[in-house]
Design a protein around this ligand. Structure first.
Ligand SMILES: [Ca+2]
Ligand SMILES: [Ca+2]
Ligand SMILES: [Ca+2]
Ligand SMILES: [Ca+2]
Length: 689
């Protein structure tokens, strides 16, 4: 694992506090609260340094990176004085920082250096109104509206707070992201610095080099554009700045050829002990009539990824929710974005308005900025042929942005499991000014929408939450069985959350999956809703104008995240509406006879699922055949207390101190049962299945 080194090296010189024993905690609490108790009234060192270096920016940058600092830029108008940041040093310490980075003072070019101390009582929150805007010399930096929209040049109503995360020291260092797409131009001047061959391969060409195929129309520009959003080099006088500009970036070339189950499986399982985050901005046709998802190999690859990837912490899959808005597509019909294993990302325009391409559905987790109307600003990033573009659009642009933000959070806490990452996103994303008429607050207090999930991602809030996060308990799956008869397409299921079975008992929900089989003469006429015991109503399926299919749904898994954090126990209401459109080729049915039956199912999956199956025969002129399977997952009970600040941990908490490399065994305890980490040749596209 190449990821371990940096973290392990950081261990030695964190703060150990000023006072022995119990006073230690007191001090930490006092520091966190921003007030200093008399007993602790000593100097408080920050992880910021002022450094005087002759020789200009490049020299300052060189020295910064040599000693593990980030050069944030010149200090105001003071020539040769730079603001250096050291992310591996605790933010507030009563001891001045020691470690290899402190040897910077012996560097000949360093004329003067001073670790900054706290001079007055301040809140730990960063005051953005007074914060200096970040300076980068990249020519596109000034127009990157979605990165620094809190400053005067680009005022905006909701900020993804990316600079806020940077200022806390997180720039994606040691985090590996790969783009599953049509290749990556690894020779691009803004990508070559962070390019990672171990995170790259070419499934289409069956070689190791993911360079895109060039043609006159620049058809294969997509992957290169996505890559720059994540990890374009900062302050290199070229093009743009990536959200995680110190992360490693690779690409898996897999879209420029026949995409098969095997191609997809190879891609999502490529080098999972090295790659932390996979970003995919593709899926089945967004034509509003397709229902398609991962086939067996890819499904297996996803499951293996979350169980064994990242040494058992789980690969993080970020997925674009789809661009089928104009075709009235519904992302629940896309089995990739609909999967519980993928983090589905939607888009919002700068204005907060719904972009024309947006697809609604209940599995979307969160949102980042992207293009909107033609007059709205678009996304600026690296482009094919070593160029720059300010014309990247759609949810294609949003998923890599989310991948970049998640990279910052993983740097803040590399111990986050794949589910922790989702929890942190749920907790920190905000409705902000995002415009939707379906915002609702679920029973756990989270605002959620079918357009935007839990809202706009907030990088600074994510790194702060990640820093103090305690891993969620093992996932539990509960499926319940009931037998009753209900006279209409509105049916109620009583769920206990498997309270009588300790191995499956679900207290709080994460994802809820409903597996449905329907035979129907026109699939696009169906709409499906699920209401939780707490009263949160998710739309699992909306009518689709262009979906004339007579194939119905066969064991299709609809998923909602809208009940996140709610109790599982109680009455679940499932509603299936059939609204015959004029496109349907038969007469409106008359009075119907109805037969409805709920049957216990012995269907199992790894012995974990007990089945609730509902067979609904609805004889009108149509036959509706339904099979439903609820899957709940357990929610971390302690989480909410922590978020209220009752047990906040300082950055130098034991969790932070036990970062990768130091205690490899502990990692194994975090996963759910995987003890074997597969040996995988780093230079192979072959899947680990
Ligand atoms: Ca190649
Ligand atoms: Ca750049
Ligand atoms: Ca779609
Ligand atoms: Ca998903």
């Amino acid at each position: 694992g190449g990821r371990g080194g940096g973290g392990a090296g950081a261990m030695g010189w964190g703060s150990r506090g000023c006072c022995p024993g119990r006073l230690d905690l007191l001090c930490v609490l006092a520091l966190l609260g921003g007030c200093l108790l008399p007993v602790c009234r000593t100097r408080v060192y920050t992880n910021h340094w002022a450094v005087k270096i002759a020789g200009g920016f490049p020299e300052a940058d060189r020295i910064a990176s040599k000693y593990g600092f980030i050069n944030i830029g010149q200090i105001g108008a003071l020539k040769d004085y730079y603001h250096f940041y050291h992310s591996r040093t605790i933010k507030r310490s009563v001891l001045s920082s020691r470690g290899t980075h402190s040897f910077i003072s012996m560097e000949p070019k360093v004329e003067w250096i001073q670790q900054q101390v706290v001079k007055k009582r301040t809140k730990r929150d960063y005051d953005f109104s007074r914060a200096q805007p970040t300076y980068f010399n990249d020519p596109k930096w000034p127009s990157m509206w979605y990165m620094h929209c809190s400053d005067n040049t680009h005022p905006c109503q909701s900020d993804m707070n990316i600079e806020g995360a940077w200022k806390r020291g997180y720039t994606g260092k040691n985090i590996v992201v790969t783009i599953l797409d049509d290749g990556i131009e690894r020779t691009h001047p803004d990508l070559m610095q962070n390019y990672d061959a171990l995170a790259s391969c070419d499934v289409n060409g069956n070689d190791l080099d993911p360079m895109p195929r060039y043609d006159a129309s620049n058809e294969n520009k997509h992957g290169t554009r996505c890559a720059g959003e994540v990890a374009a080099a900062a302050n290199n006088s070229h093009c743009t700045v990536g959200i995680a500009f110190n992360a490693k970036i690779g690409g898996v070339r897999m879209l420029d050829g026949d995409v098969t189950d095997m191609v997809e499986a190879k891609s999502v399982s490529f080098n999972p002990q090295h790659v932390h985050i996979y970003s995919a901005s593709w899926g089945p046709d967004d034509d509003g009539k397709t229902v398609d998802g991962p086939a067996p190999l890819t499904r297996q690859a996803f499951e293996n990824g979350v169980r064994m990837g990242r040494r058992g912490l789980g690969s993080v899959f970020v997925w674009a929710s789809g661009n089928g808005g104009r075709s009235k597509d519904h992302c629940s019909c896309d089995g990739y974005t609909n999967s519980i294993y993928t983090i589905s990302i939607s888009s919002t325009a700068e204005s907060g308005k719904k972009p024309w391409y947006l697809e609604e559905c209940s599995s979307t987790l969160a949102t980042t900025y992207s293009s909107g109307e033609s007059y709205d600003k678009k996304i600026i990033t690296t482009d094919l042929r070593q160029r720059c573009t300010d014309n990247h659009t759609g949810t294609s642009a949003s998923a890599p942005m989310a991948a970049g933000i998640i990279a910052l959070a993983l740097e803040a806490n590399p111990f986050l499991t794949w589910r922790d990452v989702q929890h942190v996103i749920v907790r920190t994303s905000r409705a902000g000014h995002l415009n939707a008429n379906d915002w609702k607050t679920n029973a756990a207090g989270f605002k959620v929408s079918h357009l935007y999930g839990f809202g706009l991602m907030d990088a600074e809030a994510m790194v702060m939450e990640a820093e103090k996060w305690t891993t969620v308990p093992q996932q539990r799956v509960c499926v319940e069985s009931k037998r009753r008869s209900v006279p209409m397409v509105r049916s109620i299921y009583k769920a206990s959350g498997c309270s009588d079975n300790p191995n499956h008992h679900v207290n709080y929900l994460e994802h809820v999956v409903v597996r449905i089989t329907i035979t129907h003469p026109r699939r696009g006429d169906l709409a499906i809703y699920l209401t939780s015991p707490s009263g949160t109503r998710s739309q699992l399926l909306a009518n689709r104008l262009f979906d004339h299919s007579m194939e119905g749904f066969k064991n299709w898994e609809f998923m909602t995240i809208h009940c996140w954090g709610e109790r599982a126990t109680g009455d679940w209401i499932l509603e299936v509406y059939d609204t015959p459109s004029q496109l349907r080729n038969f007469k409106t049915p008359g009075k119907n006879s109805l037969f409805y039956r709920l049957v216990y199912s012995a269907e199992t999956n790894d012995g974990m699922y007990f089945g609730l199956e509902v067979f609904l025969h609805l004889y009108i002129n149509i036959i509706l055949f339904l099979k439903i399977l609820f899957i709940h997952e357990r929610y971390r009970e302690r989480g909410r207390d922590i978020s209220r600040g009752r047990s906040r941990l300082p950055t130098g908490s034991p969790m932070w101190d036990s970062i990768p490399g130091s205690q490899p065994d502990q990692r194994q305890t975090l996963n759910h049962g995987a003890t074997q980490v597969p040996q995988h040749h780093p230079f192979s596209c072959d899947p680990v299945l």
